[in-house]
Design a binder for this molecule. Structure first.
Ligand code: BGC
Length: 342
């Protein structure tokens, strides 16, 4: 009975705050408390790119003399918030977050700030919160590159836009970028947008099912597909293949995943967007360590997240087609020649 009362008193207190002090002393659960301790929260490790982000980010933090712990939440908001709480309790000096849900992750910022921990939004923007810094690629440009390349192959007709997860602010920006390019053609009646939907959790299987349903509904009358990333493109291409339309319908993607590069060589995918992960991971690690050390960091631009103008670093995405695979992903050692041409 006594135990029950004690836990009833403790649990609510723990679930609202993330305390990292012991008798008033800040606790840092690493070997050498003088080191900068960085917490890296990743939404998911389902898409291949995030393994690369994790590996390169961790390496750079360590090269700069810091310690780092990465936790991935597998697309679960509650888990991501619990992981933030845990890292704050472990005494991280700074949190770097790839939010699963842009809005819900605002709680992480509030919680971190209460403990004096700054937050960097990584690749995806956390909305409506006092985020300290944001580092990403120019995400609207990603969508523009996708639409422009598809239009080179299919300048008119019935287009489908297969978006990412609506809970991810990037998915909104990718779509916005694509629409910037398509809008004038839609207005002229050259392009007809016959499908324009987000894909729950960026799930390739969902993208495939949605494409199967669309092909059935339209009697296979689809001329081009702008898929927001390589995962969704993979699902779309499987559906097109079953309908005998692979290679005939241009499809975009993003992330320069190896299976996508192979599809580009095979001709079933038209393009992907290469985002040099080594750049974002190393720049973010430098930013995290400098900010944690209390150094002043200036950025070129800011982006409004609904609450504040967040100091922002934006990197350049690059369109990849059959023509420039060598000059991009191979030259950058993203993949070896063998991996690409196996
Ligand atoms: C990233 C993409 C990735 C997608 C799914 C987006 O926020 O910018 O690179 O494909 O999430 O993980």
């Amino acid at each position: 009975m006594v135990l029950l009362i004690v836990s009833a008193l403790i649990i609510p207190a723990c679930s609202n705050t993330a305390d990292n002090t012991s008798n008033g002393r800040k606790v840092k659960l690493i070997k050498n408390e003088d080191q900068v301790y960085v917490g890296f929260l990743i939404d998911t490790l389902k898409d291949a790119r995030w393994y690369r982000d994790k590996k390169l980010f961790e390496k750079q933090v360590k090269d700069l003399g810091g310690e780092v712990k990465t936790l991935a939440a597998n697309g679960l908001d509650d888990v991501q918030i619990d992981q933030a709480k845990l890292l704050i309790e472990e005494g991280v000096d700074i949190l770097v977050v790839v939010p699963h849900n842009a809005e819900i992750a605002a709680k992480i910022v509030t919680m971190a700030h209460k403990s004096g921990v700054k937050v960097i939004s990584y690749d995806r923007l956390i909305a409506n919160a006092n985020v300290d810094y944001y580092i990403s690629f120019d995400n609207e440009k990603v969508g523009e590159l996708q639409a422009k390349e598809i239009l080179k192959h299919q300048p008119e007709g019935n287009f489908a836009y297969v978006g990412g997860a609506e809970s991810d602010h990037n998915a909104i920006l990718f779509r916005q970028g694509a629409m910037n390019v398509l809008k004038p053609l839609i207005d002229k009646g050259k392009v007809k947008l016959v499908y324009d939907q987000y894909t729950n959790e960026w799930d390739p299987e969902t993208a495939k099912k949605n494409m199967q349903a669309l092909l059935k509904k339209r009697g296979n009358k689809i001329d081009a597909v702008i898929a927001a990333n390589d995962g969704t493109a993979g699902g779309v291409i499987e559906a097109l293949d079953t309908a005998g339309l692979a290679r005939k319908v241009p499809v975009s993607g993003q992330d320069a995943e190896l299976p996508a590069i192979h599809r580009i060589l095979k001709g079933t995918q038209t393009m992907t967007v290469y985002k040099p992960i080594s750049k974002i991971a190393t720049e973010a690690a430098k930013l995290a360590v400098h900010v944690a050390e209390g150094k002043k960091v200036t950025t070129d631009t800011t982006i409004n997240n609904g609450k504040i103008n967040v100091p922002t670093i934006l990197l350049e995405p690059i369109a990849v087609t059959k023509r420039n695979i060598k000059d991009t992903v191979i030259q950058d050692k993203f993949y070896t020649k063998q991996e690409v041409y196996q």
